[in-house]
Design a protein around this ligand. Structure first.
Ligand SMILES: *[C@@H]1O[C@H](CO)[C@@H](O)[C@H](O)[C@H]1NC(C)=O
Ligand SMILES: *[C@@H]1O[C@H](CO)[C@@H](O)[C@H](O)[C@H]1NC(C)=O
Ligand SMILES: *[C@@H]1O[C@H](CO)[C@@H](O)[C@H](O)[C@H]1NC(C)=O
Ligand SMILES: *[C@@H]1O[C@H](CO)[C@@H](O)[C@H](O)[C@H]1NC(C)=O
Ligand SMILES: *[C@@H]1O[C@H](CO)[C@@H](O)[C@H](O)[C@H]1NC(C)=O
Ligand SMILES: *[C@@H]1O[C@H](CO)[C@@H](O)[C@H](O)[C@H]1NC(C)=O
Length: 486
């Protein structure tokens, strides 16, 4: 099996045929595609987009009036990699007033005015919602598949994605999106028969289609991204990553796309010397888009990398996935970052401490990441993290607050341990994962249809967690985590 797949991979990498489902190239090659926003600092927003030619001066005009975009920000870095048809552009919009409606226009002969709301300052106690999607993937003509993984049709790109559709439909109900890993599933080109001899192009076509489909959401809301296993390589077959074409190894597209748009850390406003010192240390150790943090209103959010850069990391050298990617920092850098960053938080200002990564360690089924648990669980517990968000398993799951395999006896009523959720049922070619048995601490699971989660930051002590069915908006599970502060 592996031999056959390797042979296909080599044939695919040669790119003999060109009949993959690429989107049409616009005749004006400065036309922006694949737009994506992110919070860059308390007063900055980054705009990322791709073009079908290299830009010598990538610019964005912006302002608070749609008809007078008085400010302009530019960048001269427009980057690509072998096998990509597009160039990735990124610009940082500076000097923004907090929580304010802005309009922006990517400078091009063929672009329109879009909008975003600038970040809410840390300490702003206005309630807000966030959407969580993981394991999203591209959808075909009729909506990809609403059934289980046995019945996978071929990918036909079209804007029929039920979870992206739900995010678009509810765009006014949440203020940003958290997506820790597994975006396009470009490395699953191998699952579509007609792509088998043309992997190199099919991989790029899936990326282009996916990020085009996502643009109506990611181009108007900050879309905060960290890596998953499907960003690693041209495919998931163990021991064969050296066969991948140059450009489709080692998280290349992910780095090109999000490396300049994700934040590093937000500066500390604390008067405490020790919080300041930890914030400085965290800023030096952050490594976006792999591990980084940001603040928004009542929340401090840390996004981290469950794929590489810790002991026995699954996608690292000799890791269980045998993908041989990374490292992206020096040994121990990521965990040192997490310790410093979590120790820099003023919990009066941002009471909610949220972490988001790709692979879970509390999960129904057999996808618990032991090395992740060993590397991260105690750091999160000791820092008083409230909620840990994961995906990787393709369904929705909620767990009681847990530590070292034991349920916190307080449950959702002021626990010491972090609560755990998996929001991995958003979509993708691999379909949903069926769960067959229960596990310690599980309080909810859903695998019948695509789903995603939302958080409601109500006040400093109450955090709503909801799971929704993507196709209908049906509320599947609703809970409130209570934390006593002060
Ligand atoms: C302008 O952009 C739209 C999509 O935003 C595209 O369909 C159209 O082909 C583009 N026009 C030109 C002249 O490139
Ligand atoms: C936040 O989510 C809750 C629960 O779904 C909803 O009732 C509320 O309207 C949302 N807030 C906004 C501003 O949309
Ligand atoms: C933490 O934040 C609160 C609220 O903004 C502020 O009053 C307090 O001085 C801060 N504490 C430290 C140690 O910075
Ligand atoms: C990976 O495994 C090989 C063979 O067992 C070993 O020689 C090498 O030191 C290992 N590398 C790491 C980084 O663990
Ligand atoms: C992956 O990229 C990082 C940094 O860009 C580099 O340090 C590392 O050696 C690369 N890993 C492999 C396996 O090529
Ligand atoms: C697992 O058991 C708990 C406690 O009995 C229950 O609340 C939960 O719904 C169960 N989970 C599943 C997936 O059946």
């Amino acid at each position: 099996m592996q031999c056959l797949l390797s042979a296909l991979l080599l044939a695919g990498a040669s790119g003999v045929l060109a009949n993959v489902n690429y989107p049409p190239i616009p005749s004006d090659k400065t036309t922006p595609v694949q737009q994506r926003l992110a919070f860059k600092s308390p007063t900055e927003m980054s705009v990322g987009w791709n073009t079908y030619e290299q830009l010598s001066n990538a610019c964005v005009q912006y302002g608070t009036s749609q008809t007078a975009l008085k400010s302009k920000a530019c960048s001269d870095s427009s980057v690509t990699y072998p096998t990509s048809r597009t160039w990735s552009n990124a610009v940082t919009l500076t000097g923004l007033k907090p929580a304010t409606q802005y309009y922006y226009k990517i400078v091009s002969g063929n672009s329109t005015v879009s909008q975003f709301v600038s970040p809410r300052l840390a300490g702003d106690t206005t309630p807000f919602n966030v959407s969580l999607v993981i394991d999203l993937g591209v959808y075909g003509d009729n909506g990809y598949t609403t059934t289980k993984r046995e019945e996978i049709p071929a990918i036909q790109p079209a804007l029929q994605h039920t979870t992206i559709g739900a995010l678009a439909r509810t765009i006014n109900n949440y203020e940003f999106v958290i997506h820790p890993g597994d975006f396009a599933y470009a490395d699953d080109w191998i699952k579509t028969l007609s792509d088998l001899l043309n992997g190199k192009n099919a991989y790029e076509a899936i990326l282009e289609n996916f990020y085009d489909q996502l643009a109506p959401v990611a181009g108007v809301k900050a879309y905060m991204a960290s890596p998953g296993n499907h960003e690693a390589d041209c495919q998931e077959i163990p021991y064969t990553s050296r066969l991948c074409p140059t450009g489709q190894k080692n998280f290349t597209d992910f780095q090109n796309r999000f490396g300049r748009t994700m934040p590093s850390t937000f500066p500390s406003q604390s008067t405490s010397k020790s919080l300041q010192a930890n914030a400085k240390k965290a800023a030096a150790l952050a490594n976006p888009p792999f591990w980084f943090s940001f603040e928004y209103g009542m929340a401090h959010v840390v996004m981290f990398d469950t794929e590489t850069d810790f002991k026995n990391a699954p996608d690292g050298t000799n890791g269980s996935a045998h993908l041989d990617t990374g490292r992206f920092g020096f040994p121990g850098q990521q965990t040192a970052f997490l310790r410093a960053d979590l120790a820099s938080v003023n919990r009066t200002q941002t009471p909610w401490l949220i972490v988001a990564g790709h692979r879970p360690w509390y999960a129904l089924g057999d996808e618990q990441c032991g090395p992740c648990q060993n590397a991260f669980e105690t750091i999160f517990y000791q820092a008083g993290v409230d909620l840990a968000i994961f995906g990787h398993v393709h369904n929705s799951q909620r767990f009681a607050p847990m530590y070292q395999g034991k349920v916190d006896p307080a449950g959702y009523n002021n626990p010491k341990a972090p609560a755990y959720i998996i929001a991995g049922g958003a979509g993708n070619i691999e379909g949903l994962s069926t769960y067959s048995s229960n596990a310690t601490g599980n309080v909810f699971a859903y695998d019948e249809d695509f789903s995603y989660a939302t958080l409601q930051f109500k006040d400093s002590e109450h955090l709503g967690i909801q799971f929704l069915r993507s196709s209908t908006g049906e509320l599947l599970d609703s809970s409130v985590l209570y934390k006593k502060r002060g």
